[in-house]
Design a protein around this ligand. Structure first.
Ligand SMILES: [Cu+2]
Length: 472
């Protein structure tokens, strides 16, 4: 990170007041209350569904009883469906087992076993459904998504049902074993510890690096952004097909000052059209980057120049607005800063100031600045440091970003100053930006993660939207 804003030191008493200022009843607290009621209703519905299934399948219970007598727990194998694939493409399940199907895509999918009556209901994005396989004899089956056109687009795979009493290890995506089949607590702990101890794991490529503009003779700041399809290492060994600006995810961080004449030259080297929308930035209508509303799509091989002079200081974003539900989560996003935010009176000089861009979909999946734990970057601070973080959500879901150890002082939403107030969990919806100050007053390694636990933890340990604040 470069160009840290420098702020004058002010009286400690002011800082102390700022730190203890708490807003006890914000609308967000009320939303949390409503969310709790929703979760309670969902839990009751889930229990009803589970009992409903177990009552209606006598055969299933028999298979489970046999499995139980044989000392084998019911195996639950995770499967992810998305546009347009089933992962893993070969699923192996012991007799009496079941599938836990998560929709990692952005539209509805289901999972069906071809040639049988077994299928799930339609699963909404980010939702999960169970599919009991105990009625299937040992052998190989074809699994598909039944949404018209999805099977033909690639949503097909093989389901292998093992013989009764077999315990087969399944490693979807090379990472997540089907744990419940004879995995001891010790084995599970060891698998989890291996992931966590790998943090911070080295991977190829670092996103969000600052890009210095070319300064033209008249003072215009010009940035070249080239889109291309690249291999991106999300976590060690997990290399995905991403779409990237200048080869990195997130794309380069662009910084200008209010009143700067800015040109962003987009070179499209992908095999599909694209555009750039400058999210939150004051641009003239013709530069708004929405295909067929303000400009034609920029076709493969074409170049388009965005030309504007932003005047309002902003914590903004730039991203695709064409086939955006694919192009953005697959990597076409980056931070765009206009000037520096006015910090609350009394804020000392910041030791660090950086964007943390959230994503949860596409080929990249659950990630912070383009990386999944343990490849996420820890934030290393000295005791007493002040740090500014701009959460920016480029995903399809909401993420409550929770930091252990010290509270977060929210100072702005979407680049607009708010009355500073402390929170320990910041709810960041898609498109939103929240700017927070963190005062590193507690030594230690503090977990920092999205608190929707399926975005951060799974049977083989922590993954996705997890990093740490390390205070020395
Ligand atoms: Cu999340």
């Amino acid at each position: 990170m470069t160009d840290r804003p420098t702020r004058p030191k002010l009286a400690t008493a002011t800082i102390d007041r700022m730190e203890t200022q708490v807003d006890p009843v914000t609308p967000r607290n009320r939303i949390d209350g409503l969310a709790l009621v929703g979760i309670a209703i969902a839990c009751v519905a889930l229990l009803a569904a589970v009992f409903g299934v177990s009552l209606s399948f006598g055969k299933v219970d028999d298979a489970r009883r046999i499995a139980a007598i044989a000392g084998v727990a019911t195996e639950t194998v995770p499967v992810t469906v998305s546009e347009f694939k089933i992962e893993p493409s070969t699923v192996t399940v012991g007799a009496g087992g079941r599938l836990q199907i998560t929709n990692g895509g952005s539209t509805q999918h289901n999972l069906a076993v071809k040639g049988t009556a077994l299928h799930t209901a339609m699963i909404d994005p980010a939702k999960t459904a169970m599919l009991d396989l105990a009625s299937l004899a040992a052998g190989d089956y074809t699994i598909i998504c039944e949404v018209p056109g999805h099977e033909g687009s690639g949503m097909t795979g093989t389901l292998h049902i093992g013989a009764a009493g077999t315990a087969e290890t399944v490693m979807p995506g090379g990472a997540m074993p089907g744990m419940s089949h004879g995995t001891s607590a010790e084995q599970m702990d060891a698998i989890m510890a291996a992931r966590t101890k790998a943090f911070p794991a080295a991977t190829k490529g670092v996103g969000a690096a600052d890009l210095a503009p070319k300064v033209l003779a008249d003072g215009t700041k010009e940035f070249d952004l080239t889109t291309s399809q690249v291999d991106w290492e999300v976590e060690p060994g997990k290399i995905v097909k991403a779409m990237a600006y200048n080869g990195i995810v997130p794309g380069p961080t662009l910084r200008v000052e209010p009143g700067d004449h800015v040109r962003v030259v987009l070179h499209n080297k992908m095999d599909q059209s694209t555009v750039i929308h400058f999210h939150g930035i004051d641009v003239p209508n013709a530069m708004d980057g929405v295909p067929d509303i303000t400009q034609p799509p920029v076709k493969p091989g074409e170049t388009f120049t965005y030309d504007f002079t932003p005047k309002v200081p902003m914590v903004g974003l730039y991203h695709s607005h064409h086939n955006g539900q694919v192009q953005v989560p697959d990597g076409l996003f980056g931070a765009f800063y206009v000037g520096h935010m006015t910090l609350p009176a009394g804020t000392p000089k910041l030791a660090q100031d950086f964007p943390m861009i959230l994503n949860d979909a596409g080929t990249i999946g659950f990630s912070l600045n383009g990386k999944s734990f343990p490849a996420t970057a820890p934030v290393v601070a000295k005791l007493g440091d002040w740090i500014k973080v701009d959460y920016m959500n480029e995903g399809l879901m909401i993420h409550p970003m929770h930091l252990h150890g010290v509270p977060q002082l929210v100072i702005a939403k979407d680049g607009y100053p708010q009355v500073p107030h402390l929170e320990d969990t910041i709810l960041v919806a898609p498109g939103e930006r929240f700017s927070v100050l963190i005062h590193a007053t507690a030594p230690g390694v503090w977990a920092w993660h999205c608190h929707i636990l399926t975005h951060a933890e799974r049977e083989d340990g922590m993954f996705g939207m997890v990093t740490a604040l390390v205070v020395k």
